[in-house]
Design a protein around this ligand. Structure first.
Ligand code: GDP
Length: 590
């Protein structure tokens, strides 16, 4: 007999991931689970025991996956988690942090980026001709730091909306004379939603009109209490113009970096994110990519959605040709057959032939697939399937403060043990395009109370598939959210007894062991059910039915009144008069 293939399964795994591990269709797994009375959808997690039963039945030898990463692995950071989870801890090495500048227009993001960039040039590190390729690296005190140089939360959010997680640390640039402005507040919402640590740079401190303490006070009001005011947000006073406080800001970056300790495996198959891409006359497509795992080399074949190509040449941010690029390094590559979008993920495949095949499939799927994004109805639907999404994120817009406050406080009062309600933004005014951007990047639903929707927001919502629900009665809004939360709750399971049999005789069969010869008194017995052996009031065994026979034959089911042989798990000590209960586990509909 062929040897069973060993597969590693973690404590919990989604049906989809299990299918990938076993290299079978998820449909087969769902069918197998259904056969065992367990109703799940493809995105649902099942525990190790359940997964291993299925795996065994499908001819695999499941073993428990060793925990390879510590608990605190940035579990709120999906991209990282994916990378880290698939890497053995011993292969991981520290990588430079990737920084994005966020903040209100004209508060000095670009100026600060230039200061850091020039600091690098002054070091004599580079040839002197810097070019904007979407990102650069700089060195400070022996530490390398990567800056994404398309500032602002539009770029940041576009990336996130495409599933990328490129930023490790956000620097919130606040002009000390202006204080917190609308876009500053938006930027804070975005960084918080992305769970990226925020460092505040109070810029333009050189101006006589600068009021750093007023800005600090405003930061307190939005929950970013400065460290020197007993909070935990690092706030650094700087001037990009006068080159003041830049070292302090760098220190704050390095301190935060120690905290989050970003890592990657330089030896892994390279993967990362597209920062920008353009078609240039004579040059073809050039794309700046951020390597996030592995080491990218000239000659590698990239695949980025439906685009692909062999890397002909790679350039760093100084325009120098390089042969390879490790984790956190931004690099401009040429050789792609089309321009991908910022935020798209790249992977390396073994040959152009493979890439072509994958690209064709993706192209095909793209045509077939309709974007399905976030709506409350999706959450309701999960009620049937039992979803994996355990956070319902909302953005609340209301006409006036007087209606916003009771809505927010009532929403905060809705309690649900299993599903969190996260309010990403609560503000007065029309639903704006920025609200839709935040919703799109964070998979949130927008709740509009007695307020209008800007036409740009309407368009963006349609193209991003974001639901804007309009209300003019508070309790209707609350009622919907409560329902959605209920629908999001983890599925509950119950055991249902399907048959009871009495043991009449015990047979010994070579190689198999003792089998209980039974009479099915009531209901039915199934091969794929579970069984309990009960003697008087004592439960002697509880496990999967390991053998079910009618006369000499293995059978799938036994009906009432028939005689049969059964084995429950590896239990062997049956006695005449024992009762064997067959039961299945099924999901309770809420
Ligand atoms: P961005 O829109 O956030 O990228 O802001 P910019 O970096 O383009 O800066 C906007 C304006 O503020 C420019 O005119 C800069 O010269 C000026 N600026 C930037 N940093 C400082 C600073 O530290 N002090 C002063 N006085 N002006 C600054």
């Amino acid at each position: 007999m062929a040897e069973k293939k060993t597969i590693e399964i973690p404590d919990f795994i989604t049906v989809r991931d299990l299918a990938t591990v076993m290299d079978v269709s998820p449909i087969n797994i769902i069918k197998e689970l259904m056969g065992n009375g367990i109703m799940v959808n493809i995105n649902q997690e099942i525990d190790f025991d359940t997964a291993s039963i299925v795996a065994e039945e499908m001819g695999f030898d499941p073993v428990e996956l060793e925990e390879e990463v510590e608990e605190d692995d940035g579990s709120d950071r999906p991209e990282w988690r994916k990378i880290l989870a698939s890497e053995k801890k011993k292969n991981l090495e520290d990588r430079p942090p990737v920084i994005t500048m966020l903040g209100h227009v004209d508060h000095g993001k670009t100026s600060l980026l230039d200061v850091f960039r020039q600091a690098n040039v002054a070091d004599g590190e580079a040839g002197g001709i810097t070019q904007h390729i979407g990102a650069y690296q700089t060195k400070y005190d022996g530490n390398t730091v990567t800056f994404l140089d398309t500032p602002g939360h539009a770029a940041f959010t576009q990336m996130r909306a495409r599933g990328a997680r490129a930023t490790d640390i956000a620097i919130l640039v606040v002009a000390a004379d202006d204080g917190l402005m609308p876009q500053t507040r938006e930027a804070i919402d975005h960084a918080k939603a992305a769970k990226v640590p925020i460092i505040v740079a109070l810029n333009k401190i050189d101006l006589p009109t600068a009021q750093p303490d007023r800005a600090r006070q405003q930061l307190v009001e939005v929950g970013l209490t400065p460290d020197n005011w007993d909070g935990d947000t690092l706030v650094v006073e700087v001037s990009a113009k006068e080159n003041l406080g830049i070292d302090d800001l760098m220190e704050a970056i390095l301190l935060t970096n120690e905290d989050i300790n970003p890592q990657a495996n330089p030896e892994a198959s390279p993967s990362g994110t597209v920062l920008e891409a353009k078609m240039e006359r004579g040059k073809g497509v050039t794309a700046t990519v951020l390597v996030q795992n592995g080491t990218l080399k000239v000659g590698d074949t990239l695949i980025i959605n439906e685009h692909y190509g062999r890397i002909k040449a790679m350039y760093d941010w100084n325009g120098n040709r390089v042969k390879e690029a490790g984790p956190s390094m931004p690099i401009q590559v040429s050789g792609l057959n089309g321009a991908p979008s910022p935020g798209d993920q790249f992977k390396v495949v073994e040959s152009e032939k493979v890439a072509r095949k994958i690209a064709a499939e993706i192209e095909g799927n793209k045509k077939a697939a309709k974007s399905s994004r976030t709506s409350l109805d999706d959450f309701f639907r999960q009620l049937e399937g039992g979803g994996e999404n355990k956070v319902l994120r909302v953005i609340v817009k209301a006409d006036v403060q007087g209606s916003l406050e009771p809505i927010v406080s009532s929403l905060n009062k809705i309690e649900n043990e299993e599903v969190d309600l996260e309010i990403l933004r609560a503000d007065t005014g029309n639903v704006s395009e920025s609200d839709v951007m935040l919703a799109s990047a964070s998979e949130a639903v927008i709740l509009a109370f007695n307020t209008n929707i800007d036409s740009a927001a309407k368009l963006a919502a349609v193209s991003d598939g974001i639901e804007i629900r309009e209300y003019n009665i508070i309790y209707r809004l609350l009622e919907d959210i409560e329902k959605a939360l209920r629908g999001l709750m983890a599925p509950r399971f119950e055991q249902v007894v399907i048959g009871r049999a009495e043991v009449r005789a015990i047979f010994r069969i070579r190689k198999i062991g003792n089998i209980a010869g039974c009479l099915m008194r009531q209901g039915e017995g199934r091969r794929n059910a579970n069984g309990r052996v009960i003697r008087g009031k004592k439960l002697l065994a509880d496990g999967k039915i390991s053998s079910l026979k009618h006369l000499q034959d293995d059978v799938r089911e036994i009906r009432e009144g028939f005689e049969f042989g059964v084995q429950v798990g590896d239990f062997e000590d049956y006695e005449e008069g024992d009762i064997i209960e067959f039961y299945i586990t099924r999901q309770v509909q809420p």
